[in-house]
Design a protein around this ligand. Structure first.
Ligand SMILES: Nc1nc(=O)c2c([nH]1)NC[C@@H]1CN(c3ccc(C(=O)N[C@@H](CCC(=O)O)C(=O)O)cc3)C=[N+]21
Length: 297
């Protein structure tokens, strides 16, 4: 029996915890606020940003949205961030990635006040995570931890293969899983484009986390039976339907599910958790900035 892990259901339980924290903060006159900044004409980016705004409103977080023309100079974006840093009603700032090629992504991330960095991408927050004192855990890896907890998948002593070494998923995922902490204490192998014999690494793993952005790269032949498979991929591939595309993961679901003991689908797996952990971080940011305790779990 293979468990199909329901990301929407798990995300809903995170959101209801967040919602009750928002209510408690409200009693102290605090309304958490998140600013999203979009500097892109990419339709996927537009979709994700509007999903984030809707999710905020659903739990009582105030959402502020700013758009910057994709051909504007880098300075326009940096100035916008500076102005948001100084606004007390804005507790979290999210600049939708990727930014255009002429904009230095690192400069953008460093401009965000680390106490408002709800993505957890600022070097200060990356450093804190690495030394085991996280402030904002990056949303997607944190969401993966929540998924593993929800299906009672213990990570201690397990072999985990992460496929992908990005700054936003692969690396922070590794850091979280090797911490001496809950949903940590794993032995982690980080695989990437130069890895030799990838299938050997994934077959030796108890848990495989795919975050490479290559549609259906991981199939059943690369897995041992009983493996827990977490698919972080959100790839739009051309399809003969109304939208003109469909969403597929980095895992070939149909073949992988013949081996997996539990597996996340795409859509409806990790994606919804990414959004709910953003709400979680926004509430945490408000609590830290306003000096009002909250009971996020
Ligand atoms: N600064 C920044 N922070 C991010 O967190 C960030 C970003 N930039 N850039 C792009 C990626 C991508 N991302 C997703 C969030 C939710 C879904 C999600 O909820 N997906 C749904 C389906 C969505 C659909 O139907 O298109 C699902 O998987 O079920 C997907 C992808 C956040 N990102």
């Amino acid at each position: 029996m293979t468990t199909r892990i329901d990301g929407n259901e798990i995300a809903d339980s995170v959101k209801s915890n967040v919602e009750s924290c928002v209510e408690t903060l409200g009693k102290d006159g605090v309304k958490p606020g998140l600013a999203t900044v979009l500097m892109s004409e990419d339709s996927a980016s537009e979709t994700y940003v509007s999903m984030k705004q809707q999710a905020c409103e659903a739990v009582g977080i105030e959402s502020y949205h700013y758009e910057i023309p994709a051909n504007a100079p880098e300075e326009t974006l940096l100035k916008r961030i500076k102005s948001l840093n100084s606004k007390p009603e804005i507790h979290g700032i999210l600049v939708q990635m990727p930014v255009p090629d002429h904009v230095n992504e690192q400069a953008v991330l460093e401009q965000i006040d680390p106490i408002k960095d709800v993505d957890g991408f600022h070097p200060e927050n990356v450093g804190r995570l690495t030394i085991g004192n996280p402030r904002f855990k990056p949303c997607t890896p944190h969401g993966v931890q929540k998924l593993l907890n929800a299906v009672n998948e213990e990570t201690e002593g397990k072999d985990v293969a992460i496929v992908g070494r990005s700054d936003i998923v692969g690396k922070p995922m590794m850091n979280l899983l090797i911490q001496k902490a809950k949903t940590g204490n794993a032995t982690v192998t980080v695989c990437h484009s130069r890895t030799e014999n990838l299938a050997e690494k994934t077959r030796n793993a108890d848990i495989v986390i795919a975050a490479v952005g290559v549609p259906e790269l991981i199939d059943g032949s690369m897995l041992s039976s009983g493996t827990v498979v977490i698919d972080v991929g959100v790839n739009r591939v051309e399809a003969d339907n109304e939208k003109g595309y469909e969403l597929v993961g980095d895992v070939d679901f149909d073949s992988a599910k013949t081996k997996a003991s539990a597996i996340t689908p795409v859509p409806g797996g990790v994606g919804p958790l990414t959004i709910s952990m953003l709400l979680y971080n926004t509430v945490k940011a408000a609590s830290l900035q306003e000096g009002v305790p909250t009971e996020l779990s």
